[in-house]
Design a protein around this ligand. Structure first.
Ligand code: GLV
Ligand code: MN
Ligand code: MN
Length: 410
């Protein structure tokens, strides 16, 4: 007798221990716990009779064949990687829910015309390598695979070397998926904000995903002795960086309807009594309206010119990611709404300030997203939670939406 298929809550519980530490879950792309998560999902998918494949950047696919030949697959997915102090739901929920939805269709004897593939996209968070939604961007042809291979992670390891590592890299004995044809894309995700929780609703349909940019600034100054170099003669890279961080914050506040975050900073040489000579920091900016991001970058460039002149430092900016806002496809949103109605549930339409792999797929095929509530709106923290009832309802809504989308595309 085969083992009972685990439900979405049990699977999230099995995944949450991978990469768990005192302050949350750290499952950065191509690290041992992230590979273990991929291996676990692959084993669940195989046990349910789905064909498992991976591509050359470690995206993982579990395929359920369709009833008609010649149809491109409907992909349903999210990601298994986390931020350094992540929670158990961001990303992982959408992956295991996709698998559970495919199993639900099997259990109910529902055959779709299109093949269905549950997908775990590689490196959505951009926590190790400097590109967010990395795997889905390469899959969608938005990022060059060869360029990604040479990207250097925060730990100094090149992407290609991380992929080749037996501890964190590609899975053994999983065939490579070459095909990139897709009919449509669906993603189920926790909201990561407070809207559904405050409205007391269990389900949301995403209208659009905000435009976002990820940059890296490097400030180069001059080191010296903390006790001997007079203030007037310093080129302190950290003071210059602090000036720029505050200018970036002001730019977002003054522009409005935009958010700007510096979440990561490396100070060198990082000695108590040494004037910093080099500071590198991340810049993350988002808005539903891309023109506001242009305005913030222009304000930042003015601040850089001022800081270079006033503080005798050199500032370099590298851009890793520039994504326009991604509208979700109306016909797919309507298909999801029909599935939610059929469950007797109400929903809210809401935008996403967070980035998702649907940003990548939504640039090449019809795409849509379902949200379930995040209790108190918290996310990217260890405490993120979604009620069990909502997790289960999300899977039902997703399974219903797959059937509706399959019909709508035919
Ligand atoms: C991913 O969660 C992002 O929005 O950066
Ligand atoms: Mn996510
Ligand atoms: Mn996230």
């Amino acid at each position: 007798m085969s083992a009972r298929t685990l439900n979405v809550v049990e699977r999230l519980d099995a995944l949450r221990v991978l990469g768990a530490h005192e302050h949350g879950i750290d499952r950065a792309l191509l690290t041992p716990p992230e590979r273990a998560a991929r291996a676990l999902v692959a084993s669940w998918a195989r046990a349910s009779g789905f064909a498992v494949m991976q591509d050359r950047v470690s995206n993982l696919f579990a395929r359920r064949e369709g009833g008609r030949t010649g149809r491109k697959p409907i992909l349903i997915g999210s990601h298994l990687d986390t931020v350094p102090t992540g929670g158990a739901y961001d990303g992982a929920y959408g992956v295991v829910a996709a698998l559970c939805a495919l199993e639900l269709l099997d259990a109910r004897g529902i055959r779709t015309a299109h093949p269905l593939e549950a997908v775990a996209w590689a490196g959505e968070e951009g926590s190790r390598f400097p590109l967010g939604a990395l795997g889905s961007s390469v899959f969608a042809g938005l990022s060059d695979e060869a360029a990604v291979m040479t990207m250097i992670g925060d730990d100094g390891v090149a992407f290609a070397d991380a992929l080749a590592s037996p501890e964190g890299g590609l899975l053994d004995d999983v065939p490579i998926r070459e095909e990139r044809d897709v009919a449509a894309y669906l993603e189920l995700h926790v909201e990561q904000g407070p809207v559904l929780d405050e409205l007391g609703l269990s389900l949301g349909i995403v209208t659009a995903i905000a435009a976002q940019r990820r940059l890296r600034a490097t400030v180069v100054g001059r080191s010296g002795h903390a006790g001997t170099v007079p203030m007037s003669l310093r080129s302190d890279a950290l003071c210059a960086a602090a000036d720029l961080v505050l200018a970036f914050e002001s730019a977002a506040r003054e522009t409005g309807d935009a958010v700007a975050t510096v979440g990561r900073m490396i100070v060198e040489p990082n000695g108590t009594n040494v004037i910093p000579n080099r500071v590198t920091f991340s810049l993350d900016l988002r808005s539903p309206d891309e023109r506001r991001l242009d305005a913030i970058e222009s304000y930042l460039n003015d601040a850089i010119a001022r800081v270079q002149a006033q503080r005798s430092v050199r500032v370099e900016i590298e851009a890793f990611e520039r994504r326009s806002a991604t509208a979700m496809t109306p016909a797919l949103r309507e298909a999801i709404a029909r599935a939610i109605d059929a469950l007797g549930e109400r929903h809210a339409d809401l935008p996403s300030g967070a980035g998702h792999d649907a940003m990548s797929l939504g640039k090449i095929v019809p795409a849509a997203m379902i949200f379930v509530p995040s209790i108190g709106g918290s996310s990217h923290v260890a405490e993120e939670r979604t009620a069990e009832r909502d997790l289960l309802l999300g899977v039902e809504a997703l399974a219903g939406a797959i059937v509706e989308v399959d019909r709508a595309l035919d």
